[in-house]
Design a protein around this ligand. Sequence first.
Ligand code: ADP
Ligand code: MG
Length: 259
Amino acid sequence: MAKSIEAIDLNCYYGDFLAVKDVNIKIAPRSVTAFIGPSGCGKTTFLRTLNRMHEVTPGARAEGQILLDDENINSSDVDPVRVRSTVGMVFQRPNPFPTMSIRENVLAGYQLNGIRLSKSESEAILERSLTGANLWNEVKDRLDRPGGGLSGGQQQRLCIARTIAIEPEVILMDEPASALDPISTLAIEDLIHELKEDYTVVIVTHNMQQAARVADKTAFFNLQAIGEPGMLIEYDDTTTIFNNPSNEQTEAYISGRFG
Ligand SMILES: Nc1ncnc2c1ncn2[C@@H]1O[C@H](COP(=O)(O)OP(=O)(O)O)[C@@H](O)[C@H]1O
Ligand SMILES: [Mg+2]
């Protein structure tokens, strides 16, 4: 488990519009990397290319290589469905299936892929995933109640449990705490710390304190003007990005002068 993920000369388009230009980045296994930058600089777009979700948008495509360890998963002969079970994704707003039970939500990835599990297999996956998402103790007595009945923070941890249930190598998270209260946000941040023992985690956040708290490495993206493509400006250890960045755009952004 936990692979490196690397983008080489990656360009992301919506039709003719080049939204993200020439990204080169290598993300180490079992680490947390934060993507930061002003709204519209392409953080979400780039993140979604890493598991072939970008191309689901009509007209959208990504050119370049995405290496998962040594395999280029951005190749047309690679099945995107398989990629998405290896590189899992957690979205900005918790999106459990509201009428499905907590149990069914966690096991949804198996059901969607047509994988039959024995009772003992599914119970083991359920407990492992909910424990891994720091949710087991809160829900173990109500596994058959609907996922929609949980609080927002619990729903987001349920979505993380659903993602880790299928044992991905990489977990992508797009502003996973932006819709949550401060206590739930801290619970998610604690969980991200634990997840990096087993997974390679990439998180988009607009909250620089959050990046500083959770990430080993930070990538700063920026765009020169509206309509221009977003680019990766600087990528380094989080402490360097926040204390001693090399690029003056990074310096201006982290000191709050724009964005
Ligand atoms: N579905 C889409 N169709 C066309 N353009 C889009 C779409 N989604 C995002 N964009 C554009 O791509 C650029 C990057 O957006 P996005 O990746 O959402 O940035 P961020 O997550 O950094 O705020 C923006 O110019 C945005 O308007
Ligand atoms: Mg975004």
